[in-house]
Design a protein around this ligand. Structure first.
Ligand SMILES: [Fe+2]
Ligand SMILES: [Fe+2]
Length: 207
């Protein structure tokens, strides 16, 4: 690992530790997710059998909140800075920004849909409330159609952008934006594994 990557890894570990210590999550689950994010551990669904539906649900809710209220606004800020500095008149770069904006919107849309349907359903179950026919229909439809394919080919995108507009390589905010995207995608990948292979099976079991 080179010095820059090592430094980034340390920054990542520090900020992730801080984030988890501020959240009110089951401490064992926090440690567990942290070791997945830092790459110390490989994901195995059976390692999550000890946690309750409520605990896994809390992790998913907190991470959605983190994506919507921390990661995406940070990414938007960096994008605005970059657009202001370099790319107002550069057509291909403008096109890539549209693509990034689209990715962001898709991600927000995915999260919102999940919260409206899946989280509402689980919340009702946890509070022992009756689920209406419409909500039941919505959850069945959701479970049959959900996939976590909102993924961006970051390395390819970066290479393409630089090829079309070499001036971007001098921009600090260009590097920052790709670091933010990498951290976000790493986090989202773990989130999706837990959602699809731990949480949804738990929900199905209790239906
Ligand atoms: Fe999610
Ligand atoms: Fe999802």
């Amino acid at each position: 690992m080179n010095i820059q990557n090592q430094f980034e890894q340390e920054v990542f570990i520090e900020s992730t530790e801080r984030r988890f210590s501020e959240q009110n999550l089951n401490p064992e689950l926090s440690v567990h997710i942290f070791s997945l994010l830092s790459g110390e551990e490989e994901f195995q669904p059976h390692n999550f059998l000890f946690y309750s539906l409520r605990e896994v649900f809390e992790y998913l809710q907190l991470s959605h909140d983190y994506y919507l209220n921390t990661c995406i606004p940070q990414l938007e800020n960096t994008l605005v800075q970059l657009i202001e500095k370099t790319c107002i008149n550069h057509r291909s770069t403008q096109m890539y920004f549209l693509l990034l904006n689209n990715y962001k919107n898709e991600l927000i849309d995915h999260i919102e849909k999940e919260e409206r349907v899946l989280f509402t359903y689980v919340q009702s179950k946890l509070e022992d409330r009756q689920v209406s026919d419409v909500d039941m229909y919505a959850i069945n439809y959701f479970l049959n159609s959900h996939n976590d394919n909102v993924v961006l080919e970051i390395d390819q995108l970066k290479a393409d952008m630089l090829k079309q507009n070499t001036a971007l390589s001098n921009e600090f905010s260009f590097e920052i934006m790709f670091r933010q995207l990498e951290f976000l995608q790493r986090d989202l990948a773990i989130h999706a594994l837990i959602e699809d292979h731990v949480f949804i099976p738990m929900v199905l079991e209790q239906m």
